[in-house]
Design a protein around this ligand. Structure first.
Ligand code: IPE
Ligand code: IPE
Ligand code: MG
Length: 250
């Protein structure tokens, strides 16, 4: 049976987050430089975005570059920034056609001007699009994001605009880059690594985690469908017992 038709449209995650990992290993296996893998990773991004939008996923967050990734060799960082500019330039038309809004989370002031400007243009051009929001985590780290949130909340408290006793989980949620978005119900990581690598630590509190050996440049629509089908077979208990959440059948 076709994979897509096995997906229950009534039980779709609203938000899927992806750690796109394994580009370097993919390239190395074929005797190429790491950057070759990043270039081919763009095809996987295109497929994943298209598949998610077609299914009716509301938010797709892709971890494209971590703050820790700035410590990679300059050659690789420069190539990734160049690839980012080129990809955004090429993809805006497709985002418009598919009614997809682009958003960014991360410490974007660290990006080169050219990349930041292209991003700003693309976000402006797509800001009224409604079908899906594509969130790029760029120069992102969750500890950085949470630290920024704490700083903003503390400043409000200092100015007397916020009573510390009135700080709730919602206050923190609203101070993050993902403000207004539902938490991801499903987090996918490719390439066999089973770690979070400083990604959405707050937002993933109750996400279902899905790990696949597939390297990112090989990831295709069917791989996304596999992850969603797996997710739909999980029992999400949120601390309750299995009996409590099962519909009563007799
Ligand atoms: C993911 O692939 C892309 C980025 C982190 C930018 P990697 O470049 O981490 O590839 P591996 O993990 O070394 O194979
Ligand atoms: C995580 O991948 C970041 C991105 C996919 C952008 P890494 O390859 O940088 O993660 P670690 O350092 O191996 O955990
Ligand atoms: Mg990696």
């Amino acid at each position: 049976m076709e994979k897509k038709s096995q997906i229950d449209r009534e039980k779709l995650p609203r938000h899927i987050a992806v750690i796109m990992d394994g580009n370097g290993r993919w390239a190395k296996r074929q005797g190429h430089a790491r950057v070759f893998g990043h270039k081919h990773g763009v095809t996987a991004v295109r497929e994943t975005v298209e598949a998610a939008a077609e299914l009716g996923i509301q938010y797709l967050t892709l971890y494209a570059f971590s703050t820790e990734n700035w410590n990679r060799p300059k050659l690789e960082v420069d190539a990734l920034m160049e690839l980012l500019v080129r990809t955004i330039k090429n993809e805006v038309k497709t985002l418009m056609k598919n009614d997809i809004r682009l958003a960014v989370i991360g410490k974007t002031d660290m990006l080169p001007d050219r990349s930041r400007n292209k991003l700003a243009e693309a976000m402006e051009a797509t800001k009224h699009n409604k079908r899906m929001t594509l969130v790029l985590a760029l120069s992102y780290s969750s500890k950085w994001e949470i630290t920024e949130a704490i700083r903003a909340i503390a400043a409000q408290a200092k100015d007397g605009k916020l009573d510390p006793a009135g700080i709730t989980e919602q206050t923190v949620t609203d101070a993050l880059g993902t403000k207004g978005m539902p938490d991801p119900e499903l987090m996918i990581r490719t390439s066999g690594e089973q770690r979070i690598s400083n990604f959405l630590l707050w937002q993933l509190a109750y996400a279902e985690l899905y790990f696949t050996e597939t390297l990112w440049p090989d990831f295709r629509k069917d791989d996304l469908y596999d992850a969603i089908i797996d997710y739909q077979q999980r029992e999400r208990r949120f601390g309750k017992t299995s009996e409590q959440i099962k519909p009563i059948t007799n």
